[in-house]
Ligand binder design. Structure first.
Ligand code: ASP
Length: 325
């Protein structure tokens, strides 16, 4: 590089000049990604890995800010109201598909308030119990719940959280509603599950895999059609007597509405690079997931997927009458 002739450098600069004149330099300062759940949970874990990798590509720090509460709507609302300049982003999950139907009154527009940048990952879930729970299989757990359900607490991260949706599916599949305990995210809920303050939770593998391997909690089932490579000894819910019990939690990156397209495209490119980094892929695999294929980490694919998810959930939520307000 130092030996490159001066003339070559000047020619390179001249070639680059017109492009630089069109697009203002971005980013020139740190970027914040809001996680709409507490620190230490699965969305937080995924976001920190992505943020670190994007920071390497963008040449600026990408910092994570946790704004948990109200099933992810507080954090999402914060980003919808932020300046659309690419410096405040949101990494959210399936809640972006369910919130428009679940919440009929919100101080922001849960669809038009955002520009999708790209999908990130689709994470399997696990049904887990505190070690003190008097059952070790899903079938035994269901029997205990049916017998003693008023004594059993199910943790979640608020209405619209993935843990809430999975918990709803679980309770309706076994026909036994339980007492639910909402947290600002399943990071703090995990602390209470480990200590036995709450009994059960349904959460992404990105929060539960290491706890399961460390035997600090019990794994009852995974919510995929086949067992997971990261948790080979954990049976599927389907094989444990809950036919059709399948749920994965998609995640995507968003900017506020009105963020200029060149900035969205720059961020999407950076996301795509982050998701193909070997070390990110390896860490995701340890946590029981994988990044989406590169063509899905694009604004257009993400928008299409997100809109289809909203359309998928709307009638289900309307039929269940499961509104947050
Ligand atoms: N996994 C949580 C949920 O239930 C959110 C989180 O803490 O990341 O959606």
């Amino acid at each position: 590089m130092f030996r490159r002739p001066l003339l070559g450098l000047l020619a390179g600069a001249a070639l680059a000049a017109p492009a630089m004149a069109q697009a203002p330099a971005f980013p020139t300062r740190p970027i914040t990604i809001v996680v709409p759940f507490a620190a230490g949970g699965p969305t937080d874990t995924v976001t920190r890995l992505v943020a670190e990798a994007m920071g390497r590509d963008l040449g600026q720090p990408v910092v994570v800010e946790n704004v948990g509460g109200a099933g992810g709507t507080l954090g999402a609302g914060r980003v919808a109201a932020a300046r659309p300049d690419g410096y405040t982003l949101l990494l959210h999950h399936i809640g972006m598909g369910t919130t428009p139907a679940l919440y009929r009154r919100l101080p922001y527009d849960p669809v038009a308030g955002f520009e999708p940048i790209g999908m990130v990952t689709e994470v399997p879930m696990t049904i887990v119990a505190t070690n003190r729970f008097p059952a070790t299989t899903l079938a035994e757990t269901i029997a205990v719940i049916r017998r003693d359900r008023e004594k059993i607490n199910l943790a979640n991260a608020g209405i619209g959280a993935a843990s809430h949706l999975c918990g709803l599916l679980f309770q309706s599949a076994i026909g036994a509603p339980m007492t639910t305990v909402p947290y600002r995210g399943t990071g703090p809920a995990m602390t209470d599950l480990i200590s036995g303050t709450v009994d059960l939770m349904c959460d992404q593998t990105t929060n539960t895999t290491e706890q399961i391997r460390g035997n600090t909690i019990k794994a009852l089932a995974v919510t995929t059609s086949e067992p997971l490579a990261a948790l080979p000894n954990v049976p599927t819910a389907i094989a444990s007597g809950l036919p059709g019990f399948e749920i994965t939690v998609w995640h995507g990156l968003y900017a506020p509405r009105g963020t200029p397209r060149p900035i969205i495209d720059r961020l999407s490119l950076s996301l795509q690079k982050a998701l193909t980094e070997e070390r990110l892929i390896a860490r995701f695999a340890e946590l029981g997931t994988s990044p989406v294929a590169q063509n899905r980490a694009t604004p257009d694919y993400h928008r299409q997927f997100w809109m289809a998810d909203i359309a998928k959930w709307r009638p289900i939520i309307a039929a269940a009458g499961a509104y947050a307000d």
